[in-house]
Design a protein around this ligand. Structure first.
Ligand code: DAH
Length: 372
């Protein structure tokens, strides 16, 4: 019996010291479980003589009851403590402001691309895309810049080390103009000799250049219109109509200056009248008016007949105009940012300030500029 007593004392100490319900359950199994020491003690009764049993049984039962009571008491204590802790940790303070749920926003470049697509859709333009990884034929040669053309050098091109299967250089497109060629070729394949074209091609372009107004990756939107009897007047009206809608003002004045691009003939540089208001450039008004000036906005011209031919069009039947415009620049002018580099730093504070609330609908620009 002394063994039973010392086992009991040890068990009561362990039960009192159990810190968790799991630890207590361990103690219960060790004592009262099938192979627990109390159960084993009860089994010994079977081998005893009736006299021994009469003496031993009540003692073992007493120990069993003591241990079971101690476990029950401790269980109640631990459960109460656990509930207490749970209540303390789950307290809801209804006076606290609701937690902020961070929300993404639409990048100004995506926003402007969507605005462009929307405005030009109203004018009957479709959105065309092309690959950002181009070959030199589409990026240069087909745009009337053959290997020796000096304009190639001005593009600060990123080249890949390998050539295409046909031995052409592979590069990151330096402008969206190769989409003109890809679009013309696709249309001419379906309509030998050509057919009307009215597209814009917004997307990413790349040049090895970096300062406050240049980033190695930036965005352009190309425009291409081909039809019969198209002339520079159509170009001017189209750009004017677009800019009025984009800047939401009627007093947009354009100035066309003679220029040179290999892919247009004649080529024009398009300037827009603007004024400086409180350090901000505000588009609008006649550039020669008091307090105003001209800002160079984009390059354009009548599509060079050699480019039409490279695209599979009969240049005696079809004419067209094209333009290339910096999207980032447009965003800066409309929404008042002054450092282009911040566009692509990915700083959430900048985006929270300049970003736009996400619409419920997927944006057009999500699919624009992706390699296709
Ligand atoms: N591709 C030219 C550039 O990135 C811009 C340009 C000029 C595009 C005249 C045109 C155009 O379509 O007609 O510098």
């Amino acid at each position: 019996m002394t063994e039973l007593t010392s086992q009991k004392d040890a068990a009561l100490t362990a039960i009192a010291g159990a810190a968790t319900l799991d630890a207590l359950e361990e103690q219960r199994l060790a004592a009262l479980g099938k192979k627990g020491w109390v159960s084993l003690a009860l089994k010994t009764l079977g081998q005893m003589s009736p006299e021994e049993r009469q003496e031993a049984a009540p003692a073992i039962q007493k120990v069993r009851a003591e241990v079971a009571d101690a476990i029950d008491a401790k269980k109640g204590e631990l459960e109460a403590a656990e509930l207490e802790a749970q209540l303390a940790s789950e307290t809801i303070d209804l006076t606290l402001p609701a937690p902020m749920i961070p929300k993404g926003s639409v990048h100004p470049v995506s926003q402007v691309m969507d605005e462009l697509a929307e405005i030009f859709a109203d004018l009957g333009f479709a959105v065309a895309t092309g690959p950002e990884i181009e070959d030199d034929w589409h990026n240069f040669t087909a745009l009337n810049m053959d290997e020796s053309h000096p304009a190639r050098a001005m593009h600060d091109t990123f080249y890949f080390p390998d050539k295409t299967g046909e031995g052409k250089d592979v590069l990151l497109r330096t402008h969206t103009s190769p989409v003109q060629i890809r679009t013309m070729k696709a249309i001419a394949a379906a309509n030998p000799g050509g057919a009307p074209v009215r597209i814009i091609a917004p997307g990413r372009v790349y040049r090895s250049d970096s300062d406050a107004t240049h980033t190695p990756m930036f965005h352009q939107v190309e425009g291409l219109v081909i039809d019969r009897d198209i002339h520079l007047g159509h170009l001017k009206w189209t750009l004017e109509t677009f800019l009025k809608a984009f800047f939401e003002r009627e007093d947009i004045v354009l100035r066309l200056r003679p220029s040179y691009f290999p892919f247009t003939e004649p080529s024009v540089e398009v300037d827009v009248g603007f004024s400086k208001q409180g350090g901000r450039w505000v588009v609008g008004g006649h550039g020669d008016d008091e307090g105003h000036d001209w800002m160079e906005l984009l390059g354009s011209g009548m599509v060079n007949r050699r480019v039409l031919e490279m695209g599979g069009f009969d240049a005696d039947q079809w004419q067209g105009f094209a333009w290339g415009l910096g999207v980032d620049r447009l965003a800066m002018l409309k929404y008042g940012m002054d450092d282009l580099r911040a566009f692509f730093d990915g700083d959430p504070r900048w985006l929270a300030h300049y970003g736009f609330a996400a619409a419920d609908q997927p944006t057009l620009s999500a699919g624009v500029g992706a390699a296709s």
